[in-house]
Ligand binder design. Structure first.
Ligand SMILES: [Zn+2]
Ligand SMILES: [Zn+2]
Length: 251
């Protein structure tokens, strides 16, 4: 197993352990009910993603037509920082679009049907959303000439962050609040998963929380323990087939 996979698996296991020892919510569903549809979706998405994105990335990094704007940035650390910020800004815009267009929401709501948010929710995305999110991202990689290692640094950091902020780990409120000024924390993201429509229209960020400050969608929950997770029209756990077919349903 390569070190990248090992890093991701270790982070999942660590946060899974922490949320089971120090849970924020006491969910009624069993560990299997909460985890298995998300893990199946995760496996499908990782496979579909690597099959579609790898060939295009390979082409981008070998072509000699356009080297990208970052080609002119001579300081490697600056290039890493710009790549990281650009990719994260893109993800903010993408996520906000998923909530703004009814067709996109059909797919993104799969993520929001989670009624017992936990580490595995980080993998609960419809495959169509995951694959289509790569198209503008690949364009960004090409346009700016984002280097393979810089893309890898972002993707790995994001993978750990996604597992962290979806986890049901009850980290002390003050620490959560303090961290939320810079990065997305569990309480900060819980509000985005709220059943209350207005609350779910906030906190779109994935890594840096300041995007929500800049674009006026920041909201920190006063009473995170009172948040009702999920969507009011889906109050039961959905199985894997129902999740995959959900975009075809008309509610
Ligand atoms: Zn969302
Ligand atoms: Zn989420």
């Amino acid at each position: 197993m390569d070190w990248q996979s090992l890093t991701i698996i270790s982070s999942v296991l660590i946060f899974c352990f922490l949320e089971n020892i120090f849970p924020f919510f006491n969910f009624k569903s069993t560990f299997n009910q909460r985890t298995y549809p998300n893990l199946i979706l995760g496996i499908i998405n990782i496979t579909a993603n690597s099959l579609t994105i790898a060939a295009v990335l390979h082409w981008i990094w070998r072509q000699k037509i356009w080297y990208g704007f970052l080609h002119y940035v001579k300081l490697p650390w600056l290039s890493i920082c710009i790549s990281f910020v650009l990719l994260d800004l893109y993800l903010y815009v993408w996520h906000r679009m998923m909530h703004s267009f009814s067709f996109a929401w059909r797919f993104h709501k799969v993520h929001h049907t989670e009624i017992s948010m936990n580490t595995s929710t980080a993998y609960r995305f419809h495959t169509v959303e995951v694959i289509s999110s790569n198209i503008p991202k690949l364009l960004l990689v090409w346009l700016f000439g984002i280097q393979p290692v810089h893309l890898l640094i972002y993707e790995l950091t994001l993978a750990i962050e996604l597992v962290f902020h979806h986890s049901n780990w009850a980290i002390p409120k003050k620490i959560d609040k303090l961290l939320s000024y810079v990065i997305v924390t569990p309480n900060f993201h819980r509000l985005h998963h709220s059943q209350i429509f207005e609350d779910s229209q906030s906190n779109y960020a994935s890594f840096f929380s300041f995007w929500d400050k800049i674009f006026k969608s920041y909201s920190y929950p006063k009473y995170p323990e009172k948040i009702k997770l999920g969507l009011s029209q889906h109050t039961h756990d959905l199985n894997i087939l129902k999740l995959i077919l959900l975009p075809l349903k008309n509610n």
